[in-house]
Design a protein around this ligand. Structure first.
Ligand SMILES: *[C@@H]1O[C@H](CO)[C@@H](O)[C@H](O)[C@H]1NC(C)=O
Ligand SMILES: *[C@@H]1O[C@H](CO)[C@@H](O)[C@H](O)[C@H]1NC(C)=O
Ligand SMILES: *[C@@H]1O[C@H](CO)[C@@H](O)[C@H](O)[C@H]1NC(C)=O
Ligand SMILES: *[C@@H]1O[C@H](CO)[C@@H](O)[C@H](O)[C@H]1NC(C)=O
Ligand SMILES: *[C@@H]1O[C@H](CO)[C@@H](O)[C@H](O)[C@H]1NC(C)=O
Ligand SMILES: *[C@@H]1O[C@H](CO)[C@@H](O)[C@H](O)[C@H]1NC(C)=O
Ligand SMILES: *[C@@H]1O[C@H](CO)[C@@H](O)[C@H](O)[C@H]1NC(C)=O
Length: 650
């Protein structure tokens, strides 16, 4: 509303008198008009801070300018009392609009452009508004005046040139540079009546507008820690089909940068190093970090972990890669000591069952002795109740294994009670045993080692990859359990437990070993080493959040907005996730193996076969002995019977 009023007043008092032909008024009006254009510029760019550059002769205008730009924080840069240009912008100052009345003045060229160029102020911190009078060849004039300065892709320079017919209309040009020559684009116009009028294209942000780099070459740096022999760096980096056992991280992100390359029409000059970057004692860096900080490279092509001490030397882009680093081990399927036939009952219960059977057998011995006595005394000779221990043993077996002795065999109520109770007990035990075996075979055996505490308590050996972040993770933590895992389990046998990832994979294959390493790489190695069913036994234990990594750039690099935009764009469109998916190991479908677990494999059945074979062997041996010794059971029995009858009768 206020703006509209100002314009109406302007029209009445400034534009109209122009036609009266007064030279003096026209001069003042021209300057006011420039300020109005500048004010619109500030308004359009959402700026609150302004810097107005004045020559010596223009000193008297200060008051008028302050008056007109009363809504803004205005500073003046005056050559009379020289101060350093950069002192006007304190550290991290807000974006400032800079007004230059006559952009082709010598003083502007000599003092402003030169200093701004040297200090790197033609960047996004300042929004330059340069005014001048135009002609037929505006682009060419701008090119002549502004060429040769250090203007970056993120420069925000608007050149406003008055049209020739003096009606206060300005043609606006957008100026930036990727590589010489300058890029000058017509942007729109400003006039007192219509205000700031931009072409539609210029309503986008500058990152979207300036996305053709005209095949400019950016220098990238990447670390290749390991690579196969006989393959040069570049063909290894570009290889996305084979050699998957090598660390895929750099090659994976290279695929993303290939997309970015075509997105911005740029080409890459890739430098290779052999490490990520260590800080030396004198404060300089090696590896990728060194190439970035020394400006040998513009950005890192490989993902760099967010580490605190890197933060002060470089700046990070949005996340490019997520690395999962966990414990991995083959979960023991069943307790190794016991076999499947003993599985249903715990050791204590088995002992109790054994004790019960023994006790009832001994009890039966007494009962049988009594039965025998009763029968003999009653005069009724009963052959079937015999007094041998062997007889008692087989009777008890019959009872417990649900065969049942002849009901006529025992007469005493107490004996019948014992046999009945034992039968019922045997029945219940068999039902339970059978049902449990079937049930346990059908169900997926539950995994018990699923957290760090369980791992710590288990009898698995624990190890980790010999890599710097693992040491930091286990030692620089306030979690006592994590520290214990390191000091009491991993360091119990340091040389044997801190291994390279290949050695770790070999030990994982043998089982009984948990290894802390990058999961993705580990799976890659294991998929070659393990059988499918072994692969399905793998269990992860995660106790730390995944590591995220991103590309890095030098501080206040002009490319950082473009890189951030590109990475976020890849994320938002799902291309990054798709790329991640292409590079993860396809895992076998483990649900297929659950069916296979239903049958008892030889490994678990072997004890039964072994025991049977052993007993057959023993019985064969005894049989041979009996043959050799001409052992006559019947004669012996007769003797024993006679002996015992004599004993009883006497
Ligand atoms: C612009 O350049 C100055 C000086 O080099 C620097 O301090 C500032 O951080 C840069 N600003 C941006 C947005 O890059
Ligand atoms: C000023 O002149 C230009 C042509 O030079 C014309 O396009 C524009 O409409 C004129 N503006 C006004 C306000 O008359
Ligand atoms: C990419 O840059 C080259 C070299 O400047 C140019 O010829 C080509 O037209 C550009 N491609 C696109 C798609 O803009
Ligand atoms: C882009 O530049 C690279 C190297 O600078 C060159 O090999 C390639 O041919 C150029 N492409 C175009 C389209 O000019
Ligand atoms: C730091 O030391 C390394 C070698 O130790 C050397 O190459 C580098 O130039 C030194 N950097 C500085 C800034 O002194
Ligand atoms: C971890 O290391 C950093 C710096 O190396 C140190 O400031 C911090 O106190 C350490 N934290 C613990 C829990 O040891
Ligand atoms: C870990 O690797 C470093 C070099 O990479 C080596 O000096 C060190 O002996 C290794 N440690 C173990 C326990 O293998």
């Amino acid at each position: 509303m206020i703006k509209l009023q100002v314009k109406i007043i302007l029209w009445i008092f400034i534009i109209l008198p122009r036609f009266s032909g007064s030279r003096q008024i026209e001069n003042i009006n021209s300057n006011s008009m420039k300020l109005f254009a500048f004010e619109d510029f500030l308004y359009y760019h959402n700026l609150k801070h302004a810097l107005v550059v004045l020559t010596l002769e223009e000193e008297h205008k200060i008051e008028g300018i302050q008056h007109l730009l009363a809504n803004y924080y205005v500073q003046f840069y005056n050559l009379k009392k020289p101060m350093k240009f950069d002192e006007l912008f304190y550290y991290n100052s807000p974006r400032t609009g800079v007004l230059i009345f006559n952009y082709d003045n010598d003083y502007a060229k000599r003092y402003i452009y030169k200093i701004a160029s040297e200090m790197g102020y033609f960047n996004n911190t300042q929004a330059w508004f340069m005014m001048g009078s135009g002609g037929a060849t505006n682009e060419q004039t701008i090119m002549e005046i502004l060429s040769g300065y250090n203007i970056n892709i993120d420069a925000d320079i608007t050149v406003a040139l008055e049209t020739a017919d003096n009606n206060f209309t300005y043609q606006l040009y957008d100026v930036y540079q990727i590589n010489a020559p300058l890029i000058i684009e017509f942007k729109g116009s400003w006039s007192p009546i219509k205000g700031y009028q931009l072409l539609n294209h210029f309503k986008n942000t500058w990152v979207v507008r300036r996305r053709d780099f005209y095949n400019f070459t950016l220098r990238a740096s990447t670390a290749l820690i390991e690579k196969p022999k006989g393959l040069d760096d570049m063909s290894y980096l570009a290889n996305d089909k084979e050699l998957l056992q090598f660390d895929p991280m750099q090659r994976k992100t290279y695929q993303l940068f290939k997309l970015i390359q075509s997105m911005y029409n740029l080409s890459l000059d890739i430098g290779f190093t052999d490490n990520w970057g260590q800080m030396l004692n004198n404060g300089s860096w090696t590896g990728v970090m060194g190439q970035i900080t020394s400006h040998q490279a513009d950005f890192a092509l490989c993902p760099m972990r967010f580490v605190l001490d890197r933060q002060s030397s470089v700046q990070f882009t949005p996340i490019l890669h997520t690395q999962f680093i966990h414990f991995l081990f083959r979960h023991p399927r069943r307790n190794i000591v016991r076999n499947i036939f003993f599985e249903p009952l715990s050791t204590l219960v088995w002992w109790s069952v054994l004790a019960l059977i023994t006790f009832s057998t001994l009890l039966l011995v007494l009962h049988v002795r009594q039965e025998h006595r009763v029968l003999t005394v009653g005069g009724e000779h009963h052959h079937r109740v015999e007094r041998h221990f062997a007889f008692v043993w087989f009777t008890m077996m019959d009872t417990y294994l649900q065969q049942g002795p002849d009901p006529e065999m025992f007469r005493l109520f107490s004996t019948r009670m014992l046999i009945s109770a034992s039968s019922i007990f045997g029945f219940m035990l068999m039902q339970f045993y059978g049902a449990f075996i079937v049930g346990s075979l059908l169900s997926d055996s539950p995994r018990s080692i699923v957290n760090l505490q369980a791992l710590y308590d288990s009898n698995l050996d624990i190890g980790m990859e010999n890599i710097s972040y693992n040491f930091v993770l286990f030692t620089n933590t306030s979690n006592q359990l994590v520290r214990d895992v390191y000091s009491k389990r991993i360091c119990r046998n340091r040389e044997h437990n801190i291994l390279s990832i290949d050695q770790g994979a070999e030990r994982l294959k043998q089982g009984g070993f948990a290894f802390h390493a990058a999961i993705d790489r580990m799976y890659r190695l294991l998929i070659e080493l393990l059988e499918e069913h072994e692969f399905c036994e793998l269990q992860e234990i995660m106790f730390n959040p995944p590591y995220v990594a991103s590309s890095v750039l030098a501080k206040s690099s002009p490319w950082r907005e473009h890189l951030a935009h590109a990475i976020l764009h890849l994320q938002a469109t799902g291309l990054m996730q798709y790329n991640d998916k292409l590079w993860t190991v396809p895992k076998p479908d483990c649900s297929l193996f659950k069916a296979a677990q239903v049958e008892v494999d030889l490994e678990h059945f072997a004890p039964a076969l072994f025991a049977l074979a052993l007993v057959m062997l023993a019985s064969g041996t005894v049989f041979l002995l009996e043959l050799l010794l001409k052992y006559d059971q019947f004669a012996l029995d007769k003797k024993i019977q006679l002996l015992s009858v004599n004993l009883l009768l006497n």
